[in-house]
Design a protein around this ligand. Structure first.
Ligand code: NAD
Length: 519
């Protein structure tokens, strides 16, 4: 229930202070954001123009030249200072995340933890990832090659509203530490949270113009950023991702695309039922299912189906839905009326076409205007939108399976390939099955947390769920250009040899090299 004693409005001075962080907004227009918990106004956010975005990128490019000259360990210190600030200021950060997104406190904390872990990881490993490395030269002892990594310049980050703190910040940290400037365009609904991240970076010691935030609608401000940046990191829907990829391709600038999912969970016959039911609640309903890696379909072995469903529904019945700042609350609400309408339409259409609601299925305006119940459906079939389209809400469809081969084939149906999970007591079997699943991450005996929290491992989608990876070495290397520097101890064309004699000598050398040298 709405906590009557709590104030969800933000201090107007604080809001003005944060909005002052928009790098340029000369349109004279503003847009109003509202608090999902209450529907009350939150902020009047100034809107940038396409010309503002171009000017901001120019400014970033000038600042970047000096930044790229600094030592990696100097840049890494900013990330490590950010780590401490984020942990120290977590209460205010979570207040902002909840105010703008309507998620529960414990899900807001996931974002705090993810930013801190990303900052620590790249703060401590950037030197290793960015170090130049020798490669084999053409001829042993005669040719030396070293590969360097150079920053791209200005990296544009376009991020969604669903993880407003970590999606706006975490992808930019490896870009910064590798010597780039960042221009960030967060979703319009969650600007204050993103601006608070930029403020923390300044406090952590980042010089001016290296992290600038622009604001406004994606089709205007997002496209302007793709037109001006040297690399683009996009997180959002597959539909928008295709347009972003096409625009970046026209300019021949690189991009990474972290897109949607319709993520399957397999509960095998030997799964620990209690553990699977408990994990499924987290996998399906964290951030009210508004999570790219959220489980939206579950394939449960026939033998344990009834016992699993009973355990799952029991846990859902005891979930606490509320618009408050308590860590005891299990689920918050949808971010916007549009998102609530989409989820409601998915469920209503499925029911009209014959799906059964095992629990939930309705909005809960008594708790707050954008609440929707955690919902479990059975009998979902092709021809219903919810069968293959991403709902991005607290709704999951259950299916029985008899053979594991069938479960894997159904998990691989559809165009998405972001995240999957497998519940089994036999982890080796789970690992073997994982290799047959066409998803960028597979979690065994959990929904999404182990892969998302393992910052050294790559995260991203196969097929229509994306291109490129965040996190790990891949997550920092995407922001660098490779340069091979080769030198030769001798002249390539020896003096006094005819071209024909040289070709014969070269041929003999190649035959010899094949026998004695392994690349
Ligand atoms: P969206 O694609 O509508 O918007 C995402 C961002 O792109 C916003 O900042 C928006 O302003 C901007 N944008 C919109 N149109 C644009 C255009 N033509 N050019 C450039 N930028 C544009 O996504 P959404 O619906 O707000 O977010 C939810 C989606 O994001 C879901 O599909 C979800 O699965 C996906 N997502 C993916 C990941 C991941 O890591 N794979 C993480 C979070 C969310």
């Amino acid at each position: 229930m709405l906590d009557p004693g709590a104030s969800y409005a933000l201090d107007p001075r604080r809001v003005r202070g944060l909005l002052g962080g928009v790098a340029a907004a000369t349109s004279g227009e503003t847009f109003r954001t509202t608090a999902p918990f209450t529907g009350q106004p939150l902020a009047e956010v100034p809107v940038s123009t396409a010309a503002d975005v171009a000017a901001v990128c120019d400014r970033g490019r000038r600042a970047q030249r000096a930044w790229a000259e600094t030592e990696v360990r100097h840049r890494a210190r900013v990330l490590l200072a950010l780590h401490d600030l984020v942990l120290d200021r977590q209460a205010e950060i979570m207040d902002l995340i909840q105010a703008e997104s309507g998620k529960a406190r414990k899900h807001a904390f996931e974002e705090v933890a993810h930013v801190a872990m990303t900052a620590r990881y790249y703060g401590l490993t950037a030197q290793r990832h960015l170090r130049g490395a020798p490669r084999l030269g053409a001829f042993p002892g005669l040719t030396q090659v070293r590969v360097n990594r150079a920053p791209k310049g200005v990296v544009g980050i376009i991020s969604p509203w669903n993880y407003p703190f970590t999606m706006a910040l975490s992808d930019g940290l490896p870009a910064l530490v590798s010597g780039n400037a960042v221009v960030s365009k967060p979703d319009t609904l969650t600007m204050l949270t993103a601006l608070s991240g930029a403020e923390l970076l300044r406090e952590a010691g980042l010089p001016d113009d290296l992290w600038q935030v622009v604001s406004g609608p994606g089709p205007v401000v997002g496209t302007a950023l793709i037109d001006a940046a040297d690399y683009l990191c996009f997180t959002g829907s597959t539909t928008t991702g295709r347009a972003v990829g096409a625009q970046a391709a026209r300019r021949l600038v690189g991009c990474s695309l972290e897109l949607g999912g319709k993520n399957p969970m397999l509960v095998l016959r030997d799964a620990a039922i209690g553990r699977a039911a408990e994990g499924a609640v987290r996998a399906c309903f964290s951030s009210a299912g508004q999570m790219c890696v959220s489980t939206e379909r579950m394939y449960v072995a026939d033998d344990i189906y009834d016992a699993f469903v009973a355990a799952f529904l029991r846990r859902i019945e005891s979930m606490r839905l509320a618009a408050d700042r308590s860590f005891e609350t299990d689920m918050g609400c949808m971010v916007s009326a549009a998102q609530l309408a989409k989820v409601t339409a998915h469920v209503d259409e499925a029911v009209a076409k014959g799906a059964r609601v095992l629990i939930g299925g309705r909005p809960r305006p008594g708790i707050g205007p954008l609440f929707f119940e955690p919902t479990v459906l059975e009998g979902v079939r092709p021809g219903m939108s919810i069968f293959a389209d991403e709902s991005f809400g607290p709704v999951v469809s259950l299916y029985r399976f008899t053979t594991e081969a069938d479960a894997v084939a159904r998990a691989n149906e559809g165009g998405y390939g972001l995240n999957a999970s497998i519940y089994t007591r036999d982890v080796s079997r789970g690992r073997r099955l994982a290799t047959q699943i066409r998803c960028g991450t597979v979690n065994i005996n959990e929904g999404y947390v182990p892969s998302f929290a393992s910052i050294d491992s790559p995260m991203g989608g196969m097929r229509e769920s994306g291109l490129g990876r965040r996190q790990g070495p891949e997550g920092i290397h995407r922001y660098t250009d490779l340069q091979a520097v080769a030198s030769s101890r001798v002249r390539v064309a020896p003096v006094g040899l005819s071209d024909e004699a040289y070709a014969r000598l070269f041929t003999r050398s190649l035959r010899l090299l094949k026998r004695v040298r392994r690349p």
